[in-house]
Design a protein. Sequence first.
Length: 190
Amino acid sequence: MVTSVFLVRHCSVNYQNKLSDLYINLSTAGKIQSTQLADSWKINIDKIYSSNLPRAIETVTPLAIKLNKKIIKLPGLKELEYNGNAQTFHKNIKTNIEFKYVGGESIDEANRRFLQCLTNVCLKNINKSIVISTHGTVMSEFMIREFNLSPDFFFDLSYPDVYEINFDGQKFDFVKRYFNYLPTNSESLK
C-alpha cells in the first residue's frame, strides 16, 4: 500500500527584491512554465494539493484544468515564513539551524509543519497518486532530511521542479526527478 507523491516546486516568480514576500504571483515566464508542465504531464493523478500561496496554486492550475481536478489548498504546505531576507536566512542556517527572524519560523519549525501536513495527506491517499505543489525551502529541507541529500540541495532546484517519492504508510522513499524546466530568463534567487 503505497502513496505516489509528485512534489512540485512552483514555477518562476518575479521577486523584484521582495525575497521575504510570501504572496508573490508567477511571472510571465512562470505562467508559460505552468502551461508547459500541464501540457507535458502524462501521469494519472487522483488529487492535487497545494500550498495556499498564489505561486503554488498558479503552478498547478493548468494541470488541474487538464485533469479536471480540484486543487485542495493546505497552509501546512506553504513556504517557510522568513519574515526577513531569504538569501540571508539561507546563509545563516548553514551555521545555526535554529536561526530565525523575529516573527518568522526556523527551518526546523517549518520542516516539522510541512512533514506533518505531507504525512497526513499521504495517509488519506493510500494507493493513490497525488500532486503536492509547494515551495523550494520546505521541499528541499524535507528531501535533505528524508533522503540524506546535500545541505545545498535547495540551490539545485529549478522553477518548476518535480520529484516523485513514495510513502508506504511509515516512511518516504525517493523515486526520481521528473522535470527540469530551467527558466529561459534569469528569475532565480541569485
